[in-house]
Design a binder for this molecule. Sequence first.
Ligand code: FMN
Length: 400
Amino acid sequence: MKRILLGVTGGIAAYKSAELVRLLRKQGAEVQVVMTKSAMQFISPLTFQALSGNPVHTELLDADVENAMGHISLARWADLLLIAPATANILAKLAHGLADDLLSTLYLAATCPVYVAPAMNQAMWNKMVTQENIQTLHRHGVKVIGPEQGDQACGETGYGRMSEPMAICAQLLANDKPDLLTISQYLKGHKILISAGPTCEPLDPVRYLTNRSSGKMGYALATAALKAGAEVTLISGPVALTAPAGVELIKVTTAEEMYQAVMSKVATQTIYIGAAAVADYSPVLSQPEKIKKQADQLTIVLQKNKDILAAVAADTSRPFTVGFAAETHDLETYARDKLTRKNLDMIAANWVGQEQGGFDSEENALQVFWANGDKSFPMTDKTQLAKQLMALIAERIQAV
Ligand SMILES: Cc1cc2nc3c(=O)[nH]c(=O)nc-3n(C[C@H](O)[C@H](O)[C@H](O)COP(=O)(O)O)c2cc1C
């Protein structure tokens, strides 16, 4: 069982942390809550006591603890410290090593991984000093979840909303605790269709047109979705990878075969992720016999293939539809254009070309866009990236 110490600080979003305790316990974690003085003005410790099944800690000096060093024993107890919501104030204190109450002292005494989920007014979040504090915490190894963009309690709009409890839970589980991940089922009940790899468009019996897609991202997404409890169908072009056990695998070769396979499955799915690099064009005619080396020049006439993503997104009862875009320039412009033109719910864009991750690489970085928001995932291995992207998809599905 994972032992999670949840720090709650003084912001409006403190009420959301009650749900967070419930979700974490549902995942099998034991939760103890530490509240700041300000937090107690927003929500009663009794709520957290009832939900966590443990007394709530609020004082640095607790005379009831045998040696009056509750902060040290709590820090030793925790496998993970999560502060949600994290106010601008606590972020500043943590970044500078202040220890003037139980939570900030605990942070200094903790040796376990630390996560913060900031929540504040958008101007407070954008203030240079807050951004510098976040950078400092990042450098110190603290992982930051959110904040999200949207309407705020203060009536303003922008970045500063605390991530939804389910999304925080998913990020915690996705990020670094494999044993926690195995008990996470945040996509249970979902049927996810993923297309992966390249397509091969034959020119003659021995030659074909293809691209450098390895299928690694799509296969990593299938593994992440499976571990998160989803039923997964993987439609794969020719790749040198083994599909994870438990996934329904459909192998195809050409863009037309991939189109047929996707369309035959999509009606029963709740999520479609188009991670395959489908050929845009294929030869009008595949020669029945090997083309001979004769003329100095050879012209091959290509025709446009069907647009699988657009076809899926055009369906009235379509699943939540996620596309991928690989670009060599103007990434955001092209990705946003594809998002609206193809009527997608979300698009994950990455740079390809020399010295970039992307095709045929173990690592990748993604910029994900949706109608009124975006999120960047820095360069990391595709297994990790897939977990983060699945967690974001789960969060966005809740939001629509
Ligand atoms: C109604 C109200 C709402 C507040 N909401 C937030 C908030 O969402 N985020 C934040 O950083 N501070 C917020 N504050 C300010 C903090 O409560 C204040 O900075 C406090 O000192 C934080 O203490 P703590 O970090 O020890 O919990 C709010 C204050 C009030 C009065």
